[in-house]
Design a protein around this ligand. Structure first.
Ligand code: ZN
Length: 150
């Protein structure tokens, strides 16, 4: 069992303090909000789609280090990707953070997102790490509503 402090690595803390894409996109074509009542995290995701491509993406909201860093890194990783590519990354990321604790992640390359692989050891943190991704999914489906992890 790893220490919770290991989970808050430098990259996560850096993204928490200075999220790269923390912005509202006024002419967003898709948006949705996510709430994780268990932890008090609220994340809004904004997308500007150019056809099938994510031309711009940003997020706003408050939450713990994991939820904000996850949103920050998610938006950085997805900009320029197509809807189908984003969905494939989302599914793989979800599989990584919900895999059986103690098992190494062997499900494929997730680049920078692999810093969240340790979240699988802390089930209560999985909702924090996936909140922005749930909002992304809702935004892409055009629901425009608040999704809750509860
Ligand atoms: Zn949280």
């Amino acid at each position: 069992m790893s220490d919770l402090n290991d989970l808050y690595g430098d990259v996560i803390l850096e993204h928490y303090k200075r999220p790269r894409t923390f912005k509202l996109i006024p002419d967003a074509t898709h948006k949705a909000a996510g709430a994780n009542p268990l932890c008090g995290d609220h994340i809004q995701v904004f997308l500007k789609m150019d056809g099938e491509k994510i031309a711009d993406i940003g997020f706003m909201g408050n939450g713990c280090a994991i939820s904000r860093a996850a949103a920050s890194i998610m938006t950085q990783e997805l900009i320029g990707k197509t809807r189908a590519e984003a969905e494939a990354v989302r599914a793989k990321y979800q599989a990584m953070v919900t895999r059986e604790a103690g098992k190494p992640w062997e499900g494929g390359d997730l680049g920078k997102l692999e810093i969240f692989a340790g979240v699988a050891e802390f089930p209560v943190r999985v909702k924090c790490a996936t909140l922005a991704w749930h909002a992304l999914e809702a935004a892409l489906k055009g629901k425009g509503e608040t999704v809750s992890t509860e």
